[in-house]
Design a protein. Structure first.
Length: 201
């Protein structure tokens, strides 16, 4: 805080700026019993407790309700659908999941996090959820491989959903026939012309 104050004084931009210290708020936790006990073991192995908003969202999902989660950064939003996918995969291994992100950079980040948890999932269950990335920079041979292997999870963008998946839907029936969850991440970025285009898709 002192460094910030000094910087503002140095830059001579303190006239219209006030600094407020927001008091710390303790997290509220809750419990959720997944259909498969192995997923609760994953939560324990990851070393965290579920927040109450995560449990609330999971309850909606398990009651087949649509969910929008709007909480702060690093509050475990992505854990909600990752854990739900692992749980459902153990009961329904043929189900598919479409994860949509606005940028490739976000996909890379989320794919890496998912892959780390997928390794833990494998250690506990001896099963692995097959996941692939389908974006504009994925080459033709890799796209053919994806169509042949039919992964459980497809990480993609709205553009690819529009230009490749929906346009060539007959090749992607394996997703739509068994689609369990559609996840749209970073919902707040879909505004203006970009947001309008995504809404049409």
């Amino acid at each position: 805080m002192e460094n910030l104050k000094n910087f503002l004084l140095y830059a001579n931009i303190t006239n219209n700026i006030k600094i407020y210290k927001i008091p710390e708020r303790k997290g509220r936790f809750s419990n959720f019993k997944f259909k498969n006990k192995e997923v609760n073991e994953i939560v324990d192995a990851l070393g965290f407790k579920l927040y109450s908003h995560q449990v609330k969202a999971l309850k909606y999902l398990y009651n087949k309700k649509d969910v929008v989660v709007t909480t702060s950064t690093a509050s475990g939003k992505s854990e909600i659908f990752r854990l739900a996918i692992f749980d459902n995969f153990l009961s329904n291994p043929n189900d598919r999941y479409l994860l949509i992100y606005p940028t490739r950079a976000l996909i890379n980040n989320q794919y890496e996090k998912f892959s780390m948890e997928n390794e833990l999932f494998y250690k506990i269950t001896n099963n692995k959820v097959r996941a692939e990335i389908l974006t504009g920079d994925v080459g033709l041979e890799k796209r053919k491989e994806i169509l042949k292997d039919k992964p459980n999870i497809l990480f993609t963008t709205p553009d690819m959903l529009h230009y490749t998946i929906l346009k060539n839907h007959r090749y992607y029936n394996w997703i739509f026939r068994n689609l369990k969850y559609v996840v749209v991440d970073e919902l707040h970025t879909y505004n203006g012309v970009f947001g309008s285009n995504v809404a049409y898709v």
